[in-house]
Design a protein around this ligand. Structure first.
Ligand code: 6PG
Length: 469
């Protein structure tokens, strides 16, 4: 019998996804360019082997899948996807569906979807989150492309996805690159959540002399409250781990230089294109860039002296640190959903806001209990800034004071809190009825005659500066 689905690319994520699909009872064919990997994968498939057909050529792979074919690509984002599509399409029929499940830039997905449309063949771009574990046992899936194409494979994608209670964390987001756009915003938020946790860790470590295991305990406590989330949970786990070779906390021997594959950066770039303010995410991406400048930072420390200093008597309580994270997190998500709203309008997607919060409740890296509250808030008011949802407005009232105290104390001691500070500034900007942009408008009109609006009259006006006033 032929397979119900095929998968190309047996890297970590592809291999895990293939096992997940097989485990849910779907017969699957697999192919990898380096065929030794296919043999190795099949040899290790154990009791799932009967559901798996390993193939050693693209032709055999295609032949082994029932028509109309559904084929998942799990190859590195960028040129490899185009190369794989180019190799595959000539072997396929017009109804055969290619599904790119990698971390594609949504603009690439958008143009591949347009090409597929022009060629009259189906195409999907789906964002898959949850790392290795998620891929193996239930990721969060954000689909994009023609809805008919999604409907064709929805039973497989929902079967393999994470479940929140009984709801599958797999949803069609919209046409073209919508799924990969939602995934990029997920990753931007992921960067910001991670950065804010790292900032709080920095305050505890450098400001309060906390050991890794002290931090672990605090994260574990927070994971039982409002901050309950996968990222807080694993922060506790990593903080408590010991390096077997040296006996030191693992955290203390890890170099302070963060990697990035680009998805967080894409989010920020797209936010700029769309005029959506996402300062918390921007700060998180910038912090990763700064982290890479290790040599310059060391030079700066020699030149100017070390920045972080102990808080001494200006102590911050664990509750205040927790409040700062809660308030910062709300600002970050408010910005992320605002960006999604702008994109939805710009690209004509009609993104389902509450559904986005729902698919993020389980399986993905940013899963947290707060996302369920966000789903509820967005059901009531999908286009409203999350800050104004009664549930979150109340949380902000309760926690903004802690955020302000943490940020101001940290800044006074040279402790870095760029993402939290960006969250606080956003909050303050969002409750400043009269901003200082009148000065910007005056300057623009002065040097470029760009005109300004007046508070007391309609229309475009100019200042009296032309004659050297
Ligand atoms: C996920 C993650 C994942 C991401 C890696 C690395 O949702 O499972 O977002 O897709 O690619 O975690 O991302 P960076 O290398 O950019 O940190």
């Amino acid at each position: 019998a032929k397979s119900e689905i095929g998968l190309i690319g047996l890297g970590t994520m592809g291999a895990m996804l293939a096992l997940n699909i097989a485990e849910k009872g779907f017969a699957i064919s697999v192919f990898n360019r380096t065929t030794a990997k296919t043999s190795e994968f099949f040899a290790e498939a154990g009791e799932l082997a009967p559901k798996i057909t390993p193939t050693m050529s693209l032709e055999d792979f295609v032949e082994s899948i029932e028509q109309p074919r559904n084929i998942i690509l799990m190859v590195p984002a960028g040129a490899p996807v185009d190369e794989q599509i180019a190799a595959l399409r000539p072997l396929l029929g017009p109804d055969d569906l290619i599904i790119d499940a990698g971390n594609a830039n949504f603009r690439d997905t958008q143009s591949r979807a347009e090409q597929a449309e022009a060629d009259g063949v189906p195409y999907l771009g789906i964002g898959v989150s949850g790392g290795e574990e998620g891929a193996r046992h239930g990721p969060s899936i954000m689909g994009g492309g023609r809805q008919e194409a999604w409907d064709r494979v929805a039973h497989i994608l929902t079967a393999i996805s994470a479940k929140y209670e009984d709801t599958a964390c797999a949803t069609w987001m919209g046409e073209g690159g919508a799924g990969h756009f939602v995934k990029a915003v997920h990753n931007g938020i992921e960067y910001a959540d991670m950065q804010m946790i790292a900032e709080i860790y920095g305050i505890m470590r450098d400001g309060q002399g906390a050991s890794a295991s002290d931090c672990a305990e605090i994260f574990q406590t927070w994971n039982k409250g409002t901050l309950q989330s996968y990222l807080i949970e694993i922060s506790g786990e990593v903080a408590k781990a010991t390096d077997p070779a040296t006996g030191q906390p693992v955290l203390d021997i890890i170099l302070d230089r963060a990697g990035q594959k680009g998805t967080g950066r894409w989010t920020v770039i797209e936010a700029q294109h769309l005029g959506a303010p996402v300062p918390v995410i921007e700060a998180a991406v910038a912090a990763r860039n700064l982290s890479a400048m290790k040599a310059e930072r060391v030079r700066g420390e020699t030149t100017f002296g070390a920045a972080p200093s102990a808080l001494g008597k200006h102590t911050l309580s664990a509750d205040e640190l927790e409040q700062a994270l809660i308030a910062g997190k709300i600002m970050c998500y408010a910005q992320g959903f605002h960006l999604l709203n702008n994109a939805s309008v710009e690209f004509g997607w009609d993104l389902p806001m509450p559904e986005i919060a729902r698919v993020w409740r389980e399986g993905c890296i940013i899963r947290s209990s707060m996302l369920n509250d966000m789903a509820e808030a967005l059901t009531a008011a999908p286009k409203d800034n999350l800050m104004f949802a009664p549930f979150f407005a109340k949380l902000i009232e309760e926690n903004a004071g802690g955020l302000r105290k943490v940020v101001s104390t940290a800044l006074a001691h040279g402790l870095q809190v760029p993402a939290l500070a960006a969250g606080l500034s956003y909050f303050d900007a969002m409750r400043t009825g009269r901003s200082t942009a009148n000065m910007i408008q005056a300057q623009r009109d002065f040097f470029g005659a760009h005109s300004f609006e007046r508070v007391d009259q309609d229309g475009a006006h100019h200042g009296p500066w032309g004659s050297g006033a």
